[in-house]
Design a protein around this ligand. Structure first.
Ligand code: F6R
Length: 352
């Protein structure tokens, strides 16, 4: 564990054997390529009065949650994320079900794909292949093909854009096509500010050093709620550390009390994900909460999204969290890409 290294590209590459850093830095291109892939699938817009269910797990589910946040009050029908084996009980044939699985072999998503078919709901699949692609092709379900070669979690820009475009296609939200294009251009600049070529004391590297040796608690609200969850899961999978996510204002009604015993139990840190468009009382709560837990925390941080439109602000914080998690892995001397615990669990389940 080292806080002295500068997190230069050479230092990163000596640990990041699969060069996940390049997948993270490639996010602007992924956004544009994803738009092109959805367009190339030639899906016609239609109206689904039953709203949209995005079914998926882990790195393939988060895009749906981020899409719902990017839309905000521009969503016109319910958008629900189904992380599990079942559809929400109120799903009807009028609901669109987007089955999102990077590998195409995730059993929960396969089960939902089948359940949606049995119900007669309209299905769309996003995957690189696997059993999901086979099942979709056998039943004439349209497939949005994702590019291979990534860890599922590194394809987040794809799952975000696919969910946004499908939300528009089925009448659940406004089209954010132009906003995504602007976000991609904007992100190219941010990559320079926080990427490996940035100075050793830039925000992303300083944050990683600050969180090192602590158990991070990430807090979001509204637009930043699913981003907080993304930070948590990226820290889990890339840095192989426990991390937890919660949201404001709810955490002010429970978690804030738990901080009272924090320093006796371990080194906990808190990161508050801020956005200029959050409710003014939430922004006030961030500062007040931070002040109340400070003495018990190993560190507290407030980071604000960057950009004009909602999509660019959302993606700026997703990028920051991805970089922080990868830098944390490097500081810990741990290869960010392999996730042996997930693989072991999936193999054990496959054995029956
Ligand atoms: C691995 C990862 C996982 C997977 C999840 C579902 O990088 O992020 O959370 O996304 O196990 O697998 P897929 O995405 O293949 O359906």
């Amino acid at each position: 564990m080292s806080t002295t290294i500068d997190l230069t590209r050479d230092e990163i590459e000596s640990i990041d054997s699969a060069r996940q850093i390049d997948d993270i830095l490639g996010m602007p291109d992924h956004l544009r390529d994803a738009l092109w892939r959805v367009e190339s699938a030639n899906l016609e817009p239609y109206d689904a009065p039953g709203g949209l269910v995005v079914a998926g797990m882990g790195g393939s589910a988060i895009g749906g949650a981020l899409a719902r946040a990017a839309l905000g009050d521009r969503a016109s029908r319910a958008i629900v994320i189904a992380r599990g084996y079942a559809l929400p009980p109120w799903t009807t044939p009028d609901t669109t079900v987007l089955c999102s699985s990077y590998s195409g072999n995730t059993e929960e998503t396969l089960a939902v794909h089948e359940a949606a078919g049995a119900l007669g709901a309209r299905r769309i699949v996003a995957t690189t292949g696997g059993k999901l692609a086979d099942a979709a092709r056998a039943e004439d379900v349209p497939v949005i093909p994702l590019p291979g070669g990534f860890q599922p979690r590194a394809a987040v820009a794809y799952s975000l854009v696919v969910a946004l475009e499908v939300a528009w296609l089925c009448g659940a939200g406004e089209r954010l096509h132009a906003e995504i294009d602007v976000a991609a251009a904007h992100l190219e600049q941010i990559v320079e500010t926080w990427g490996p070529a940035a100075p050793g004391d830039c925000l992303s590297k300083e944050l990683a050093r600050g969180l090192l040796g602590t158990i991070p608690q990430i807090a979001g609200s509204g637009l930043t709620s699913p981003i907080a969850y993304r930070w948590k899961t990226q820290i889990n999978e890339n840095a192989k550390m426990p991390a937890f996510a919660h949201e404001l204002p709810e955490l002010d009604h429970n978690e804030i009390v738990g901080w009272q015993g924090a320093s006796q139990l371990g080194r906990f840190s808190a990161v508050f994900l801020d956005d200029s468009d959050l409710h003014p009382r939430i922004r006030q709560r961030i500062e007040l909460t931070r002040g109340l837990i400070e003495a018990e925390a190993a560190g507290t941080y407030r980071v604000e999204s960057i950009g004009q439109n909602r999509t660019e602000r959302l993606i700026s914080l997703v990028l920051l969290g991805d970089l922080v998690s990868l830098y944390l892995a490097v500081l810990r001397g741990i290869d960010p890409t392999p996730v042996p615990a997930i693989e072991r669990l999936k193999s054990a389940l496959a054995r029956g």
